[in-house]
Design a protein around this ligand. Structure first.
Ligand SMILES: CC(C)(COP(=O)(O)OP(=O)(O)OC[C@H]1O[C@@H](n2cnc3c(N)ncnc32)[C@H](O)[C@@H]1OP(=O)(O)O)[C@@H](O)C(=O)NCCC(=O)NCCS
Length: 186
């Protein structure tokens, strides 16, 4: 498995244009509709990171890569021995490339309404958050773990409760104020 990070503030205008033009017309339209410049940069930086890393992983030209989307919007590759997943939060874009299905999630630790915990997490997980000395850290540790598993499956949040945690292996770590989780099937 290969893991990459990128700070969107380092994205030059030249690279923005280059990778925007490599996107599918549908993704270009999606970027055009984004209101905030940083949201546009996060999406273009993800495209750049993915093309560069997949090209290296598969020994192909980055402009030859065609992204397909599953019915829940997860991008995947056809005919290449390579799986990947992108995530972005704040200034950070992260990418994992693997030869088996993979999911990644990054979240900047921040204060949120912890009441959502009872809706999103199991009773045990919610209890872990409410009894923690650092509840926001615990919240985002569990949140990124869940998201990375859902992103590995490819169903996204629509299937929030339809998985068995023990079927997955997750690696979790922090880079400055960002929590990152990477999930693969056992
Ligand atoms: C679609 C979803 C994966 C979006 O997650 P997110 O946390 O908003 O966004 P991330 O930055 O982590 O990931 C976005 C990237 O994931 C990829 N992606 C999109 N749909 C995906 C899916 N169904 N499965 C896996 N990856 C997906 C794309 O590459 C996307 O990047 P792009 O928009 O630049 O092309 C989904 O899980 C979702 O709807 N989440 C809502 C957030 C939420 O309520 N989470 C609660 C969980 S505790």
């Amino acid at each position: 498995m290969k893991f990459y990070t990128y700070n969107i503030q380092e994205l030059s205008n030249e690279d923005y244009q280059k990778y925007f033009l490599m996107m599918s017309p549908q993704k270009q339209q999606r970027v055009k509709k984004l209101r905030f410049e940083d949201d546009k940069k996060r999406t273009v930086a993800g495209e750049m990171l993915a093309r560069k890393a997949i090209a290296k992983f598969c020994y192909i030209n980055e402009s030859a890569i065609v992204f397909h989307l599953n019915e829940h919007g997860k991008p995947f590759l056809k005919g290449l021995p390579c799986h990947f997943n992108i995530s972005h939060s704040g200034d950070l874009v992260v990418l994992a490339v693997n030869n088996e299905p993979i999911g990644i999630d990054v979240e900047k630790v921040r204060s949120v309404d912890l009441a959502v915990s009872t809706r999103v997490f199991t009773a045990n997980e919610a209890e872990q958050i409410f009894s923690s000395k650092k509840p926001y850290e615990t919240f985002f540790m569990l949140w990124t773990e869940k998201e990375s598993i859902l992103k590995c499956i490819g169903t996204g949040f629509s299937h929030n409760k339809n998985y068995t945690k023990s079927d997955f292996e997750t690696i979790q770590f922090k880079i400055q104020e960002y929590f990152i989780s990477i999930a693969t099937k056992k």
